[in-house]
Structures are given as structure tokens and as C-alpha cells.
Design a protein around this ligand. Structure first.
Ligand SMILES: [Fe+2]
Length: 289
């Protein structure tokens, strides 16, 4: 995962950055995981897998099953043997948060940075910085989906222009409200139920339930410009979620959008506060998974 916005010195971060390569990659050092860490992974995996069955979209459920990672902390090389032939993506180990430009460059080349350390026992429910459970369990299943695979490469390629136009916050909100906190309408069952596909939701048992079941939280149809204008919550459940009609909508809407004029129009404007409804907007009603 990538942190949402402002730069942070690596000395304030929790990972071991010493010895990382210029592109911030590190070896996974899988042998260093202890039996307790593998047991913790199994508990996290079991708890979230149960929720995934009812709350996650089909692409996530299928991706997670293909990764077959319930028995312990997975090896990146094993995942790469599944990912590379499927969508051309490859996992690279990182110590934790990495600078924006480095993150974009990895994505543009279909390399997904995965933090190598696992949360501690007292952090099972919540931690601020992403760990291997968030990065792997939350993100990697969706790398097996062709639409998300293509979108993430395009997102990486869009990073340089956003930075040059001083509009990184706007672009980052697209990532935040889709890859991290996105909902999608599941049409395969004919019922059009909303499901989760964002990793920030799916790696949190509390927010997985909250995002779909809370009767009051705002769920709005995905609109790229609205998303880029909307602020978000960093250390609490989101107050607004955006819903794709299907995963391919993500590519269809963004490929046809000229980001330059959108950045110029809105980059100086204060963001719409999370949870605010604008005149004329119609949120989704109360939902059950
Ligand atoms: Fe993430």
C-alpha cells in the first residue's frame, strides 16, 4: 500500500528501511517469520475469509481462493507464480510506506509493493500503517482481475502528470475510494447487491460490515470527478463510499476523462468533506449483503 498523501520521513515509519534498494524493495526474508506470526496470519485469514464469503465481490473471492494462502504467511515467489501468468503482475517486498514517485513507478511496471512485516497481536483489529496482511490479503486477490490489473498500471502511469500539475491529492482520491475503499454492484446473482472490493475495507472486519450494513453511511454512485473532489478519513471508518456499477466501469470512465482540465479546475478548491451530500445527489439506501 501507499500512504494517502503527505510525505513522511522513513525514520518515523515502522519498517526496516536500512538495506533497501534504490527502488525501496527488500527481500521478503520469509524464513524470519516465526511460528507465532504464521499462527497470527492463520487467525486473521480465517476471520476475514468468513466475511469475504458474504461481503466481497466475486473477483475477490475467486482471487483469494486461487492464492491459497490460508495456512501461513505466503511467499511472494509462490504468489508471483500465479500472478505473472495470469495478469503480468509481480509482488515486490518493501519495508512499508514508500515515496509517491517510487510507488507510481512500481505500479506503472506492474510491480505491486507488499510490506513484509506482520502486525502485532494487539493490532489484530486495527493498525495505522499497512502490513503484509493488508497488502497481501487485501490487494493481491484483485491483481488477478483483468480490469484491476489494467487500472493499476494506468494509475501508476498517471502519477507523474498529477505530481507535475500539483494535483496528486486529487489522483490519490481515486485510488483511495476504489482500490482501498471501493464498493461494486454485483450483477452476477441478478440481485444487484453491493459488495466490497477495496483492500482497506476487506482487511478490516469492522469496516467490512460497516461499509455494507451501516444504515446511515453515505454510499454514492461512482463519479470520477466527484471522487477526486472528496476528502476522506485516514484513521476512522469512511463517511462516504463510492459504488461502481461493475469493475470495468473504472477503466471506461477514466480512459475517457481528460485529467488536465479537471485538475486545473479543482486542485485549489477545498475538498468536499467526507460524508457531505451535494444537492441533486441520490445515495443508495440501507443495504444487506
Ligand atoms: Fe492498501
Amino acid at each position: 500500500m501507499k500512504k494517502p498523501s503527505t510525505e513522511t520521513s522513513t525514520s518515523e515509519l515502522r519498517g526496516e528501511y536500512e538495506g533497501a534498494a534504490d527502488d525501496y524493495t527488500v527481500g521478503q526474508d520469509w524464513q524470519a517469520y516465526t511460528p507465532e506470526m504464521h499462527a497470527r496470519w492463520r487467525r486473521l485469514h480465517a476471520r476475514q475469509s468468513a466475511l469475504v464469503e458474504t461481503h466481497a465481490c466475486a473477483a475477490f473471492r475467486e482471487g483469494l481462493a486461487r492464492l491459497d494462502c490460508a495456512d501461513g504467511i505466503p511467499r511472494f515467489e509462490d504468489a508471483n507464480a500465479i500472478l505473472e501468468p495470469a495478469t503480468g503482475w509481480r509482488l515486490v517486498g518493501v519495508p512499508g510506506f514508500i515515496p509517491d514517485a517510487v510507488f507510481f513507478d512500481h505500479l506503472a511496471h506492474r510491480r505491486f509493493p507488499v510490506t513484509r512485516w506482520l502486525r502485532e497481536e494487539h493490532e489484530l483489529d486495527y493498525l495505522v500503517e499497512p502490513d503484509i496482511f493488508h497488502d497481501f490479503f487485501g490487494h493481491v486477490p484483485m491483481l488477478l482481475d483483468p480490469t484491476i490489473a489494467d487500472f493499476l498500471e494506468l494509475y501508476g502511469k498517471a502519477g507523474a502528470r498529477a505530481m507535475a500539475m500539483d494535483a496528486l491529492d486529487m489522483l490519490a482520491r481515486i485510488y483511495w475510494y476504489t482500490i482501498e475503499f471501493g464498493l461494486v454492484r454485483e450483477s452476477a446473482d441478478g440481485l444487484g447487491r453491493l459488495k466490497v472490493f477495496g483492500a482497506g475495507i476487506i482487511s478490516s472486519s469492522g469496516e467490512t460490515r460497516f461499509s455494507l450494513e451501516d444504515p446511515k453511511v453515505l454510499r454514492l454512485p461512482f463519479d470520477a470527478v466527484r471522487v477526486m473532489r472528496t476528502g476522506y478519513m485516514i484513521d476512522a471508518f469512511q463517511k462516504t463510499y463510492f459504488v461502481l456499477e461493475s469493475l470495468p466501469q473504472l477503466i471506461e470512465d477514466l480512459v475517457g476523462l481528460d485529467f488536465g482540465p479537471v485538475y486545473e479546475t479543482w486542485r485549489q478548491a477545498p475538498p468536499i468533506p467526507a460524508g457531505d451530500l451535494l444537492p441533486g445527489e441520490t445515495p443508495f439506501g440501507e443495504l444487506t449483503p
